[in-house]
Design a protein around this ligand. Structure first.
Ligand SMILES: NC(=O)c1ccc[n+]([C@@H]2O[C@H](COP(=O)([O-])OP(=O)(O)OC[C@H]3O[C@@H](n4cnc5c(N)ncnc54)[C@H](O)[C@@H]3O)[C@@H](O)[C@H]2O)c1
Ligand SMILES: [Zn+2]
Length: 342
């Protein structure tokens, strides 16, 4: 499979599919390079457990002001300068954190991204968004700062825990709903095919709207409630699984408002099936609108109303939702649907 070029107003960057860890190691051996590796990945892949690499424990708590201080201190300790290049080997958390630090260190240093989760390979590695969480608000600090190169080895996804693999499928499920082709969602496809399809779709949108001013905002489908559920669950729901739940909530809100929703039953049954297979145990109290609402109100994409992406006639639309009375029954239905006997 050939590579892809992502065009960007900041810098164009290439994305290559690679097939061995040696191709990644050769990138790390360039002069004046500092390599950051997700600690779990380093344990699973001894070739990446090398002296001189910096290992980072990756979870949402690493994506913080304190977490970024640890990274910047490591860069200073290793005498990084404006010409230093970083290599980042890990999932979306490490990408968001190191990308953020790379964008501010010496007013910006280059980095190569080696995404190791399905979510990072199929979705987050392109688009240049970097971010950390702060003050209970997800991704509230961040920059647009794309990598200079992306190397994808889909073999990494073989070692993902089931819930992390399904979390990646969550963003792919969202892409299918947005393209009005949920019936073609097939998680038994090869990972390479799913990653390639996801990237092609996102890169096409980026070519028209890189900075979230228009069409790219549709990619936030499922994220208003997804981010809030991540928060109310204390990050016990992985990002992509929260997105699946958020997509189901948004679909039901669309239907309740009288929009023409295509394939509603498939959207719900595929979503429920993914969540059951992930083995993430949901708790009813995470689905209380009373608890979700303050998080949603503080969401950085919010304008004060409940502004969210909905689906109408197989097309995404941005809508202001003011009928908040319908939300709790919908949340109950989504929670209940996951545990209904099948
Ligand atoms: N920048 C963007 O455009 C963008 C888009 C979507 C999501 N995100 C962010 O990405 C994050 C989620 O990313 P993620 O799902 O990759 O999570 P993650 O980076 O936390 O990885 C999930 C888990 O898998 C482990 N892991 C990583 N690679 C592995 C491998 N090959 N084998 C076994 N375990 C491995 C990690 O240590 C972690 O425990 C969220 O913080 C979300 O906000 C960013
Ligand atoms: Zn997402």
């Amino acid at each position: 499979m050939h590579g892809l070029i992502v065009t960007s107003k900041i810098r164009n960057y290439e994305l290559q599919f690679v097939h061995s860890i040696n191709e990644i190691l050769s990138e790390t051996s360039n002069p004046n390079t500092i390599t950051f590796v997700d600690q779990t990945v380093a344990h699973l892949y001894p070739d990446l457990n090398k002296d001189g690499f910096v290992f980072v424990e990756c979870n949402e708590d690493a994506k913080t002001v304190d977490g970024s201080k640890v990274i910047v201190d490591a860069l200073i300790d290793k005498k990084a300068n404006a010409r230093t290049k970083l290599v980042v080997v890990g999932g979306g958390v490490l990408q968001d954190l190191i990308g953020y630090c790379a964008s501010i260190y010496c007013r910006g240093i280059e980095y190569t991204l080696v995404p190791t989760t399905l979510l990072a390979q199929a979705d987050s590695c392109v688009g240049g968004k970097t971010s950390i969480n702060h003050g209970g608000r997800k991704n509230i600090l961040g920059t647009f700062y794309p990598p200079s190169k992306i190397l994808i080895d889909t073999n990494f996804t073989r070692t993902l825990a089931p819930q992390d693999f399904i979390s990646g499928l969550g963003e792919i499920y969202k892409f299918h709903i947005l393209q009005n082709k949920i019936k073609q969602f097939d998680p038994t496809k090869s990972v390479l095919e799913m990653v390639y399809d996801g990237l092609k779709y996102k890169i096409d949108i980026l070519s028209r709207d890189e900075f979230d001013k228009g069409e790219r905002r549709f990619l936030n489908f499922g994220h208003t409630f997804g981010h809030a559920l991540e928060a109310t669950s204390g990050h016990n729901i992985p990002h992509g699984i929260a997105v699946i739940l958020g997509c189901m909530v948004s679909t039901l809100i669309s239907a309740e408002l009288g929009y023409a929703v295509v394939d509603l039953e498939e959207i719900l049954s595929i979503g429920n099936d993914l969540i059951r297979r992930s083995n993430v145990q949901l708790e009813k109290e995470w689905f209380e609108f009373f608890n979700l609402q303050p998080v949603i109100k503080s969401d950085k994409k919010s304008t004060g109303n409940l502004t969210m992406v909905l689906m109408n006639n197989g097309q995404p639309v941005l809508a202001d939702v003011d009928r908040l009375d319908m939300i709790q029954p919908i949340l109950n239905r989504v929670y209940g649907g996951v545990y209904e006997s099948v």
